[in-house]
Every structure is written in C-alpha cells, then in structure tokens.
Design a binder for this molecule. Structure first.
Ligand SMILES: Nc1ncnc2c1ncn2[C@@H]1O[C@H](COP(=O)(O)OP(=O)(O)OP(=O)(O)O)[C@@H](O)[C@H]1O
Length: 277
C-alpha cells in the first residue's frame, strides 16, 4: 500500500460505503483562552462502526483535548460533533471513556463498581447483577468480583474499568493511554485482552497512545497528529491489522518500515521527510 497517497494535512479517510459513520467532527477548533493560540484547528474526522482507531502524536499536540471533545467533556470553540447524525456537546451514554488511571470507587467491590452505571440508569437489581457478571467474565475477572479495587493488580484494575465501561453498552469507547502505567508484560496481556474484547463486542474504539508498536498491534486505522496547532497529519489504514489477526510479525520488514515511518513523522511534527516508507 503506498502510504504517500494517504498523506494529507486534513483527514480524507473514507470507509467503504457499507460501514456506518458513528462519530463525525466538522471543522472543530479549540482555543482554551483568547490570549493563547488554538490547540486544535479545523479538525474534520469521522469514526466508523467497529473501527479500532489509534491516535499518535507528539506530547502536547492536543490528543487528549480531542478525546475530551469527542467525550463531550469539552465544548469545541467552533465546529460541531455528532453521533449517528445527532449533534451533541455534553457526555452521552453512547460514549464510554477509559483513562490512564482507573477510576473505580475504592470503597466498592469490583462487581458493584461494574454495575454502578447501570444502577444510575435505573436498571433493576437482578438484571444489573447478571450484566455485571457477564462483563466481569468477559474481562476474565470472575474470581475477584467480591474484592475491592486496591486488592487487584494494576492490569486487573484496568480490566475492571473496561468492564465498567462496557457494562453501560456504549457504541464508542474512548481510551486515553489506558495501558501506559502498566509493566511491559501486563501491557502485552492487556493488548491481547482488548483485541479479543473488541472482536467480541464490535465497538468503535478511539485509543490514544505514545507507543508506536501498540498502535500497530491494535489499530485498524492510525492517526498521527501534529502540534501548533493540533491537526490530523496522517490518517491511514494499518496494513498489518486488517484481518482481526492477533499475532503480528515484529521482525517483518513491513512492520519495521511502518514503525520507522511513524516515528519519523511524529518526530518531524507530522512531516515525513523520507517521502513515504
Ligand atoms: N484545561 C486546559 N486548559 C488550558 N490549556 C490546556 C488544558 N488542557 C490542555 N491544555 C493545553 O492544550 C495543549 C494540548 O494538551 P493535550 O493534553 O490535549 O495534549 P496531548 O497531545 O494529549 O499531550 P500528551 O501526549 O502530553 O498527553 C497543551 O499545550 C496543554 O497545555
């Protein structure tokens, strides 16, 4: 696949017609204060059903700001965001968020943490217990449902956070560096868990990471942002990850070339000085 054809300062990514557009950002700009330059400028971006979108970019380029806008936590200064064609500017149940640090309630058992959102939605006790059990099993935490968050390892806590997010049955899951605080082995296991969850649940995932390998392992699509102002510099299909296969050959030339290409583009703030890979 010639990457050079996908290079553009604006996102011109288009999915085949049979895929449903879930999230759409039109001309989104963000300026935190009138005295400061814009953090995000003219972002046009669509996220489609069952996509796993990984977002890379230099520190401070606006990745989390973009995620906060999609989550409805932050209102864009101009431009609009819609889900299934309906504009929104506040958090919606259809979008779940998983952060770098788990946000489980420390005083609640894992099963109660997982069912908390359902309780808030007024779901009957029996039904929320059975849904909590289903999602706890899905993230393979069945033996720890009665424990408190501090009794779990970091990876297990993150899995519980993911179960809590999934239990609310959102269409889209936004993840802001969810595995960056984990050790290398746990991170790898979590990546495998997440791929398997994504395959089972068919959610749209928008996943911020600083780790190029992680983006290449997980993403079906990779965005690279540039800074000052934050824009989408590269929007490409991940040629290594188009068939839901979990194993990627790290020693392959294609993997190494893509990795070098992405790293060089991030270092050069969105520009690839080697004209493709
Ligand atoms: N609430 C805020 N108020 C003012 N400025 C902010 C706020 N949040 C972020 N910024 C600024 O916006 C810019 C982009 O920050 P953001 O956290 O979105 O970038 P990022 O790409 O996620 O960074 P990193 O990779 O380091 O997490 C930075 O200059 C940051 O200081």
């Amino acid at each position: 696949m010639p990457l050079t054809t996908t290079l553009s300062l604006e996102s011109n990514y288009q999915e085949p017609y049979e895929k449903q557009k879930v999230i759409e950002l039109k001309d989104v700009c963000l300026q935190y204060s009138i005295n400061e330059s814009p953090v995000l400028k003219n972002i046009g971006l669509s996220l489609y059903e069952n996509e796993f979108v990984c977002v890379l970019g230099p520190s401070g380029c606006g990745k989390s700001s973009l995620l906060n806008i999609i989550a409805g936590f932050q209102k864009p200064t101009t431009g609009e965001v819609s889900i299934n064609g309906v504009k929104y500017s506040k958090p919606t149940r259809e979008i779940g968020v998983v952060f770098q640090k788990h946000n489980l309630f420390p005083w609640m058992k894992i099963k109660d943490n997982v069912s908390f959102g359902l309780k808030m939605q007024g779901v009957a006790k029996k039904q929320r217990e059975s849904l909590a059990e289903y999602y706890i099993n899905l993230v393979q935490l069945e033996s720890v449902g009665d424990l408190l968050p501090h009794q779990l390892s970091g990876g297990m806590q993150q899995r519980a956070s993911i179960a809590r997010t999934l239990a609310a049955n959102p269409k889209v899951i936004l993840m802001d560096e969810p595995f960056s605080a984990l050790d290398a082995i746990t991170k790898e296991t979590m990546q495998q868990h997440l791929i398997s969850l994504w395959q089972k649940t068919k959610k749209t995932i928008f996943f911020i990471t600083h780790d190029v390998n992680e983006a290449l392992i997980l993403g079906t699509r990779i965005l690279v942002m540039q800074s000052n102002p934050g824009r989408v510099a590269i929007d490409m299909k991940n040629p290594l990850n188009q068939s839901n296969k979990i194993q990627i050959d790290f020693s392959s030339k294609q993997f190494q070339d893509l990795r070098t290409y992405l790293i060089s583009t991030i270092k050069n703030n969105g520009k690839d000085d080697r004209n493709g890979y």
